[in-house]
Design a protein around this ligand. Sequence first.
Ligand SMILES: C[S@@+](CC[C@H](N)C(=O)[O-])C[C@H]1O[C@@H](n2cnc3c(N)ncnc32)[C@H](O)[C@@H]1O
Length: 298
Amino acid sequence: MSELSPEYRVGVAAHGSCAPAHGSGNPAAAARHDGETLSRDADISPLTPYYQDALCTIYHGDCNDVLPKLKKIDLVIADPPYGVQYRSNHRQSKFNFIAGDDTYPSEWLDGVNKIVERGTIYLFCNEASLGDAQRALAKHKWSSNRLLIWDKQSTSGGNLANYGQRTEYVCYGTKMFAPKLNGSRDGNLISIPRVRPQDLTHPAEKPYLLMAYLVMKSTNPGEVVCDPFCGSGVVLKAAKDLGRPAVGIELEEHYCEIAARRLSQESFNFTGGDADFGVTDSNISSQAELLVSPNDVI
Ligand SMILES: C[S@@+](CC[C@H](N)C(=O)[O-])C[C@H]1O[C@@H](n2cnc3c(N)ncnc32)[C@H](O)[C@@H]1O
């Protein structure tokens, strides 16, 4: 296996700023956008970041290829394609099918296991993929600590004669250590509104506050976050605003571009005031606690 490119500095000594390698792509991944299928065996090394700043790196490619080449990771937040070929009828003109959304992927966890000796994972899934997600974690020797339920606070489309779907699930697992969650003891129901359809930049975009909440609960500043299916880069942005180095991988160049643009924006202002762009653990925590249902806090 080849060494990482010298530009890759996430989580190690040099957090100094690097010029964004925005748009540079890697040749093997780029081939996919010429209509070819990206080979799992493609030689994509040395890894060239698509985008890089002082804290965040985006790789344009297949996470099965990229993950084994990364350095140590403390937290994985993964929102893989759910294997449902999902495309809302309301949004067909806006978004194509999500890449890889025809089967539930799990081999990427082999790559995760190469870079996580002890750490935490949050694995997103829905009703249909929950069993697959839990089996994949167990097969890869992750303990399943709790199933988190994300209450989107409104229903998505679908059959109007059926109950509306207003939840998704997040498997919370750890490897090789007893988890210690930051902040107060929260229940497993997380009530945070989904992104309004008119604001979506990705068909499966998750709310910033949800991702910031998970990053805050399971890392301390300086610990490295990885999102192997980073889509529009919400996890990366939340990690960056919270002072955590982060690395994201995305197969579709279009979404690398959107994620890079998101990372170039100013920090999220949690307090709502004009002056405070600094997101701290305490203000994200209090903001999150306002939104997260305190259903069984002891
Ligand atoms: C469910 S979406 C993630 C959305 C993201 N959480 C957000 O908030 O924008 C899954 C993403 O994984 C990407 N993807 C699919 N297979 C992949 C692979 N093997 N490696 C890297 N990215 C992949 C898809 O292009 C898609 O953007």
